[in-house]
Design a protein around this ligand. Structure first.
Ligand code: SAM
Length: 292
Protein backbone atom coordinates (compact mmCIF):
# COMPACT_ATOMS: atom_id res chain seq x y z
CA UNK A 1 0.00 0.00 0.00
CA UNK A 2 1.71 3.22 -1.09
CA UNK A 3 -0.86 6.00 -1.35
CA UNK A 4 -1.22 8.06 1.84
CA UNK A 5 -4.59 7.67 3.57
CA UNK A 6 -4.24 10.99 5.41
CA UNK A 7 -5.82 13.39 2.95
CA UNK A 8 -9.42 14.61 2.89
CA UNK A 9 -10.00 13.08 -0.56
CA UNK A 10 -8.50 9.64 0.16
CA UNK A 11 -10.22 9.36 3.57
CA UNK A 12 -13.63 10.30 2.15
CA UNK A 13 -13.15 7.93 -0.78
CA UNK A 14 -12.22 5.02 1.52
CA UNK A 15 -15.20 5.65 3.77
CA UNK A 16 -17.51 5.84 0.72
CA UNK A 17 -16.04 2.70 -0.81
CA UNK A 18 -16.76 0.74 2.39
CA UNK A 19 -20.13 2.43 3.01
CA UNK A 20 -19.01 3.80 6.37
CA UNK A 21 -20.22 6.76 8.39
CA UNK A 22 -18.18 7.99 11.36
CA UNK A 23 -19.50 7.43 14.89
CA UNK A 24 -19.31 10.41 17.23
CA UNK A 25 -19.93 8.06 20.18
CA UNK A 26 -16.59 6.32 19.46
CA UNK A 27 -14.64 9.57 19.11
CA UNK A 28 -14.09 9.02 15.39
CA UNK A 29 -12.31 12.17 14.21
CA UNK A 30 -9.82 10.95 11.62
CA UNK A 31 -6.53 12.67 10.83
CA UNK A 32 -6.46 14.07 7.31
CA UNK A 33 -3.36 16.26 7.53
CA UNK A 34 -0.20 14.51 6.34
CA UNK A 35 2.05 17.21 7.85
CA UNK A 36 0.68 16.46 11.33
CA UNK A 37 1.34 12.75 10.82
CA UNK A 38 4.92 13.55 9.80
CA UNK A 39 5.40 15.56 12.99
CA UNK A 40 3.97 12.72 15.12
CA UNK A 41 6.37 10.22 13.55
CA UNK A 42 9.27 12.64 14.15
CA UNK A 43 8.34 12.84 17.85
CA UNK A 44 8.15 9.04 18.02
CA UNK A 45 11.76 8.68 16.74
CA UNK A 46 11.20 5.07 15.70
CA UNK A 47 14.01 2.70 14.74
CA UNK A 48 13.54 -0.14 12.29
CA UNK A 49 13.64 -2.77 15.07
CA UNK A 50 10.94 -1.14 17.20
CA UNK A 51 7.47 -2.36 18.05
CA UNK A 52 4.51 0.01 18.18
CA UNK A 53 1.21 -0.44 19.94
CA UNK A 54 -1.46 1.73 18.32
CA UNK A 55 -4.77 2.45 20.01
CA UNK A 56 -7.77 3.24 17.80
CA UNK A 57 -6.30 3.01 14.28
CA UNK A 58 -9.55 3.95 12.50
CA UNK A 59 -8.90 3.41 8.79
CA UNK A 60 -5.15 3.40 9.29
CA UNK A 61 -3.77 6.88 8.54
CA UNK A 62 -1.25 6.67 11.37
CA UNK A 63 -0.86 2.88 11.12
CA UNK A 64 0.45 3.27 7.59
CA UNK A 65 3.17 5.70 8.70
CA UNK A 66 4.14 3.49 11.65
CA UNK A 67 4.42 0.40 9.45
CA UNK A 68 6.90 2.23 7.22
CA UNK A 69 9.23 2.90 10.15
CA UNK A 70 8.87 0.07 12.68
CA UNK A 71 9.45 -3.67 12.78
CA UNK A 72 5.94 -4.42 14.03
CA UNK A 73 2.68 -2.53 14.57
CA UNK A 74 -0.14 -3.94 16.69
CA UNK A 75 -3.31 -1.88 16.39
CA UNK A 76 -6.28 -2.31 18.75
CA UNK A 77 -9.61 -1.08 17.34
CA UNK A 78 -13.07 -1.41 18.90
CA UNK A 79 -15.14 -0.78 15.76
CA UNK A 80 -15.59 -3.96 13.74
CA UNK A 81 -16.32 -1.96 10.57
CA UNK A 82 -12.90 -0.28 10.79
CA UNK A 83 -11.24 -3.61 11.57
CA UNK A 84 -12.58 -5.01 8.28
CA UNK A 85 -11.20 -2.03 6.34
CA UNK A 86 -7.82 -2.28 8.08
CA UNK A 87 -7.50 -6.03 7.49
CA UNK A 88 -8.22 -5.41 3.83
CA UNK A 89 -5.82 -2.44 3.52
CA UNK A 90 -2.96 -4.13 5.35
CA UNK A 91 -3.56 -7.67 4.00
CA UNK A 92 -0.09 -7.81 2.45
CA UNK A 93 1.63 -6.06 5.31
CA UNK A 94 3.03 -8.76 7.60
CA UNK A 95 4.30 -6.29 10.15
CA UNK A 96 0.77 -5.02 10.93
CA UNK A 97 -1.61 -6.94 13.19
CA UNK A 98 -5.10 -5.62 13.86
CA UNK A 99 -6.84 -6.69 17.06
CA UNK A 100 -10.60 -6.20 17.36
CA UNK A 101 -11.04 -5.28 21.02
CA UNK A 102 -11.96 -2.54 23.46
CA UNK A 103 -8.54 -1.26 24.56
CA UNK A 104 -9.80 -0.73 28.11
CA UNK A 105 -10.56 -4.46 28.35
CA UNK A 106 -7.28 -5.69 26.88
CA UNK A 107 -4.85 -7.50 29.21
CA UNK A 108 -1.80 -5.38 28.40
CA UNK A 109 0.79 -7.74 29.86
CA UNK A 110 -0.52 -10.64 27.76
CA UNK A 111 -0.78 -8.48 24.64
CA UNK A 112 2.79 -7.23 24.89
CA UNK A 113 4.29 -10.65 25.58
CA UNK A 114 2.24 -12.36 22.85
CA UNK A 115 2.62 -9.75 20.12
CA UNK A 116 6.17 -8.41 20.47
CA UNK A 117 9.59 -10.04 20.57
CA UNK A 118 11.17 -10.54 24.00
CA UNK A 119 13.09 -7.38 24.90
CA UNK A 120 11.75 -5.44 21.88
CA UNK A 121 11.39 -1.68 22.48
CA UNK A 122 7.69 -0.90 22.39
CA UNK A 123 6.30 2.60 21.88
CA UNK A 124 2.64 3.60 22.10
CA UNK A 125 1.16 5.84 19.42
CA UNK A 126 -2.42 7.02 19.03
CA UNK A 127 -4.86 9.64 17.98
CA UNK A 128 -6.97 8.85 21.02
CA UNK A 129 -10.75 8.75 21.14
CA UNK A 130 -11.34 11.80 23.36
CA UNK A 131 -14.22 10.33 25.37
CA UNK A 132 -11.83 7.88 27.10
CA UNK A 133 -8.46 9.67 26.96
CA UNK A 134 -7.88 9.68 30.72
CA UNK A 135 -8.69 6.00 31.45
CA UNK A 136 -6.53 4.92 28.50
CA UNK A 137 -3.56 7.03 29.62
CA UNK A 138 -3.88 5.89 33.22
CA UNK A 139 -4.08 2.26 32.09
CA UNK A 140 -0.84 2.73 30.13
CA UNK A 141 1.19 4.55 32.76
CA UNK A 142 -0.04 2.40 35.66
CA UNK A 143 0.58 -0.86 33.77
CA UNK A 144 4.12 -1.25 35.09
CA UNK A 145 5.22 -2.00 31.51
CA UNK A 146 8.37 -0.29 30.30
CA UNK A 147 7.10 1.47 27.19
CA UNK A 148 9.81 3.42 25.45
CA UNK A 149 7.52 6.41 24.89
CA UNK A 150 3.82 7.19 24.71
CA UNK A 151 2.93 9.71 22.00
CA UNK A 152 -0.76 10.51 21.76
CA UNK A 153 -3.09 13.08 20.27
CA UNK A 154 -5.46 14.38 22.95
CA UNK A 155 -7.59 17.47 23.54
CA UNK A 156 -5.29 20.47 23.96
CA UNK A 157 -6.79 21.15 27.37
CA UNK A 158 -6.02 17.60 28.56
CA UNK A 159 -2.41 17.84 27.33
CA UNK A 160 -2.04 21.11 29.25
CA UNK A 161 -3.44 19.54 32.40
CA UNK A 162 -1.14 16.52 32.18
CA UNK A 163 2.06 18.50 31.46
CA UNK A 164 1.34 21.32 33.97
CA UNK A 165 3.79 22.29 36.75
CA UNK A 166 2.96 23.38 40.32
CA UNK A 167 1.65 26.95 40.36
CA UNK A 168 0.01 26.54 36.94
CA UNK A 169 -3.80 26.78 36.98
CA UNK A 170 -3.97 23.50 35.00
CA UNK A 171 -1.91 21.56 37.57
CA UNK A 172 -4.01 18.95 39.36
CA UNK A 173 -4.40 15.30 40.32
CA UNK A 174 -4.18 14.19 36.66
CA UNK A 175 -0.80 15.97 36.27
CA UNK A 176 0.50 14.10 39.30
CA UNK A 177 -1.05 10.72 38.33
CA UNK A 178 0.89 10.85 35.05
CA UNK A 179 4.06 12.72 36.09
CA UNK A 180 4.64 10.22 38.91
CA UNK A 181 5.46 7.67 36.16
CA UNK A 182 6.54 9.80 33.19
CA UNK A 183 8.09 13.05 31.99
CA UNK A 184 5.28 14.82 30.16
CA UNK A 185 5.46 17.52 27.49
CA UNK A 186 3.30 18.91 24.72
CA UNK A 187 5.05 18.27 21.41
CA UNK A 188 2.74 20.25 19.11
CA UNK A 189 -0.72 21.77 18.98
CA UNK A 190 -3.04 20.72 16.20
CA UNK A 191 -5.94 22.74 14.77
CA UNK A 192 -9.46 21.33 14.37
CA UNK A 193 -9.04 21.43 10.58
CA UNK A 194 -6.57 18.53 10.72
CA UNK A 195 -9.46 16.10 11.35
CA UNK A 196 -12.51 14.73 9.57
CA UNK A 197 -15.01 15.71 10.90
CA UNK A 198 -13.59 18.78 12.70
CA UNK A 199 -13.83 18.31 16.49
CA UNK A 200 -15.15 21.19 18.61
CA UNK A 201 -11.80 21.81 20.31
CA UNK A 202 -8.14 22.08 19.35
CA UNK A 203 -5.85 19.13 20.00
CA UNK A 204 -2.26 18.56 21.01
CA UNK A 205 0.27 15.78 20.76
CA UNK A 206 1.37 14.74 24.20
CA UNK A 207 4.73 13.00 24.62
CA UNK A 208 5.31 10.86 27.71
CA UNK A 209 8.76 9.45 28.40
CA UNK A 210 8.47 6.77 31.05
CA UNK A 211 10.72 7.16 34.09
CA UNK A 212 12.83 4.13 35.09
CA UNK A 213 11.50 4.65 38.65
CA UNK A 214 8.60 6.75 39.94
CA UNK A 215 9.39 10.47 40.37
CA UNK A 216 9.23 10.18 44.17
CA UNK A 217 9.46 7.39 46.70
CA UNK A 218 6.41 6.91 48.92
CA UNK A 219 5.58 4.46 51.70
CA UNK A 220 2.17 3.61 50.21
CA UNK A 221 1.35 4.45 46.58
CA UNK A 222 -2.42 4.03 46.89
CA UNK A 223 -2.50 6.34 49.89
CA UNK A 224 -0.28 8.90 48.12
CA UNK A 225 -2.77 9.10 45.23
CA UNK A 226 -5.68 9.26 47.69
CA UNK A 227 -4.05 12.25 49.41
CA UNK A 228 -3.52 13.95 46.03
CA UNK A 229 -7.10 13.36 44.84
CA UNK A 230 -8.60 14.62 48.09
CA UNK A 231 -6.28 17.65 48.25
CA UNK A 232 -7.64 18.86 44.90
CA UNK A 233 -11.33 18.16 45.59
CA UNK A 234 -12.24 21.82 46.06
CA UNK A 235 -9.51 23.74 44.31
CA UNK A 236 -10.33 27.07 45.93
CA UNK A 237 -9.94 25.70 49.46
CA UNK A 238 -6.62 25.31 51.27
CA UNK A 239 -4.88 21.94 51.26
CA UNK A 240 -5.51 21.70 55.01
CA UNK A 241 -9.27 22.21 54.64
CA UNK A 242 -9.52 19.72 51.81
CA UNK A 243 -7.61 16.99 53.62
CA UNK A 244 -9.21 17.52 57.02
CA UNK A 245 -12.70 17.49 55.50
CA UNK A 246 -12.35 14.83 52.80
CA UNK A 247 -9.65 12.43 53.97
CA UNK A 248 -9.13 12.58 57.73
CA UNK A 249 -12.31 14.08 59.27
CA UNK A 250 -11.75 12.44 62.65
CA UNK A 251 -8.20 13.66 63.21
CA UNK A 252 -7.75 16.55 65.67
CA UNK A 253 -6.52 19.83 64.26
CA UNK A 254 -3.20 19.99 66.24
CA UNK A 255 -2.28 16.46 65.13
CA UNK A 256 -2.95 17.28 61.47
CA UNK A 257 -1.17 20.64 61.74
CA UNK A 258 1.93 18.86 63.07
CA UNK A 259 2.01 16.65 59.96
CA UNK A 260 2.00 19.74 57.75
CA UNK A 261 4.75 21.29 59.79
CA UNK A 262 6.87 18.10 59.69
CA UNK A 263 6.58 17.96 55.92
CA UNK A 264 7.41 21.67 55.52
CA UNK A 265 4.10 22.61 53.90
CA UNK A 266 2.13 25.71 54.92
CA UNK A 267 -1.41 24.36 55.56
CA UNK A 268 -2.86 27.55 54.06
CA UNK A 269 -1.45 26.75 50.61
CA UNK A 270 -3.67 25.47 47.84
CA UNK A 271 -2.96 22.02 46.40
CA UNK A 272 -2.16 23.53 42.99
CA UNK A 273 1.08 24.97 44.45
CA UNK A 274 2.29 21.70 46.03
CA UNK A 275 4.95 19.68 44.17
CA UNK A 276 5.09 15.90 43.83
CA UNK A 277 7.99 15.81 46.27
CA UNK A 278 5.97 17.79 48.85
CA UNK A 279 2.91 15.57 48.36
CA UNK A 280 5.14 12.52 48.92
CA UNK A 281 6.47 13.95 52.20
CA UNK A 282 2.97 14.86 53.36
CA UNK A 283 1.41 11.50 52.47
CA UNK A 284 4.15 9.66 54.39
CA UNK A 285 3.45 11.89 57.42
CA UNK A 286 -0.32 11.31 57.19
CA UNK A 287 -0.14 7.55 56.57
CA UNK A 288 0.03 6.49 60.27
CA UNK A 289 -3.11 8.59 60.94
CA UNK A 290 -5.01 6.83 58.16
CA UNK A 291 -3.93 3.40 59.46
CA UNK A 292 -4.93 4.27 63.01
N1 SAM B 1 -6.07 6.70 14.26
C1 SAM B 1 -7.13 7.18 13.40
C2 SAM B 1 -6.74 8.52 12.82
O1 SAM B 1 -5.87 9.17 13.41
O2 SAM B 1 -7.29 8.91 11.81
C3 SAM B 1 -8.48 7.27 14.14
C4 SAM B 1 -8.47 8.09 15.40
S1 SAM B 1 -10.07 8.36 16.08
C5 SAM B 1 -9.77 9.86 16.99
C6 SAM B 1 -10.20 7.22 17.44
C7 SAM B 1 -10.33 5.75 17.06
O3 SAM B 1 -10.41 4.98 18.27
C8 SAM B 1 -11.57 5.38 16.26
O4 SAM B 1 -11.22 4.57 15.18
C9 SAM B 1 -12.45 4.60 17.26
O5 SAM B 1 -13.28 3.64 16.66
C10 SAM B 1 -11.40 3.96 18.14
N2 SAM B 1 -11.86 3.62 19.50
C11 SAM B 1 -12.81 4.24 20.25
N3 SAM B 1 -12.93 3.66 21.45
C12 SAM B 1 -12.03 2.63 21.47
C13 SAM B 1 -11.68 1.65 22.44
N4 SAM B 1 -12.29 1.58 23.64
N5 SAM B 1 -10.73 0.73 22.13
C14 SAM B 1 -10.10 0.77 20.92
N6 SAM B 1 -10.41 1.68 19.95
C15 SAM B 1 -11.34 2.61 20.23
Amino acid sequence: MTKNIASPGKTKALLREHGLSLKKSLGQNFLIDAAVLDRITEVLQLSSGDGVLEIGPGIGALTQQLARRADRVVAVEIDERMVKVLRCLFADEERVTVIHEDFLKVDLNDLISEQFKPGQRVTVAANLPYYITTPILLKLVHSGLSFEKIVVMVQKEVAERIAASPGDKNYGSLSIAVQYYAHASTALTVPKTAFLPNPKVDSAVLALVMRPDPAVEVADEDFFFKVVRNAFKQRRKTIYNNLSRNLLPNVDKPVLMACFENSGIDPKRRAETVSLREFAALSDELLPLARH
